[in-house]
Design a binder for this molecule. Structure first.
Ligand code: NAD
Length: 293
């Protein structure tokens, strides 16, 4: 059976290093990194994500600010909050929690976000630099970066491997496919319009599943010995669980664990890494702002 890639413990290690670095910064220049979050609306999942991010900041000694806006707010209110944080020198990272309510103009909002504070890496210039050879983005999106870190820290080779990314969203699938290419994998992308996706995935050495469809990837979709990174975080109603639901991935874990050579669990795989990478990006940004080595 597959080795379990323990995202929680790898993320804890990274968080520990970040806390030490934050302390070192505070002791030598009297400054700490700052993260500002803009949360629009009442989505339960977004609220949970934001709460976890803020809690992680506190644990690491990173200052956090949050602006909450109502579901029915206008573009201008978000843009105002954003430009305040853009100008605030103690804020080094700004995060607009996505998805935003349908009526808001995400493109316009992301365009305004200061490139130097785009710790989510969603600004089109950061994304463009990620895509182009010979250019370096200031920030790499957190979930994709977390996936790659899991592979590297587990000693799993990427160079020359066949990778399949399932999903092509701006926040996960697309940047993950770009990042895998940067690490010299041969990348195929499977999405909602792909015919016979199982024929494509079963050739892959590395499968990254980010479709948001519970149990989409079955055991017979996988080549024996494949490495499986399951980004899916899908709530499934379960009255027996604490909040009335439990989280399940995009991969049918019980089947995949018998075919794969390594696999991430849900929860406890990619999720904790996303937060660790966000704090890491925020620390890097503060170091850059203060020219702190
Ligand atoms: P999305 O809905 O924006 O995009 C889903 C993508 O999957 C689309 O490109 C679509 O074409 C593709 N897709 C949908 N159905 C498919 C199918 N049947 N076969 C193949 N492809 C299909 O979702 P997203 O924001 O990219 O998130 C994907 C999943 O990752 C969700 O479960 C989300 O909760 C999870 N997620 C987890 C983290 C984390 O930190 N662990 C972070 C972000 C998102």
């Amino acid at each position: 059976t597959a080795a379990i890639i323990d995202g929680k413990s790898i993320a804890d290690e990274i968080m520990l290093r970040i806390s030490c670095e934050v302390r070192r910064m505070k002791e030598s220049i009297g400054k700490v990194p700052g993260l500002a979050v803009i949360l629009v609306g009442q989505r339960r999942d977004s609220q949970t994500y934001v709460r976890n991010k803020i809690k992680a900041c506190e644990e690491a000694g990173i200052k956090s600010l949050i602006t909450e806006l109502p579901d029915n707010c206008e573009d201008d209110e978000v843009l105002n909050a954003l430009s305040r944080f853009n100008k605030e020198p103690s804020v080094h990272g700004i995060l607009v929690q996505l998805p935003l309510p349908q009526h808001l103009n995400v493109g316009k909002i992301l365009d305004l976000l200061s490139l130097e504070k785009d710790v989510d890496g969603f600004h089109p210039l950061n994304m463009g630099n990620l895509a182009m050879r010979g250019r370096e983005p200031l920030f790499i999106p957190c979930t994709p970066k977390g996936c790659i870190e899991l592979l590297i820290r587990s000693g799993l080779e990427i160079m020359g491997k066949k990778a399949v990314v399932i999903g092509r969203s701006n926040i996960v699938g697309l940047p993950t496919s770009l990042l895998l290419q940067r690490h010299h994998a041969t990348v195929s992308i499977v999405h909602a319009f792909t015919r016979n996706p199982e024929q494509i995935t079963c050739e892959a050495d590395i499968v990254v599943a980010a479709a948001g469809v519970p149990n989409l990837v079955r055991g017979n979709w996988l080549k024996p010995g494949a490495v499986v990174i399951d980004v899916g975080t899908n709530p499934i109603e379960d009255p027996g669980c604490e909040h009335g639901y439990r989280l399940t991935g995009d991969v049918c874990y019980e089947e995949a664990v018998r075919v794969a050579s390594a696999i991430t669990p849900v929860p406890g795989g990619v999720g904790p890494m996303t937060i660790a990478m966000l704090l890491s990006n925020t620390l890097d940004s503060a170091k850059r702002a203060y020219d702190f080595p």
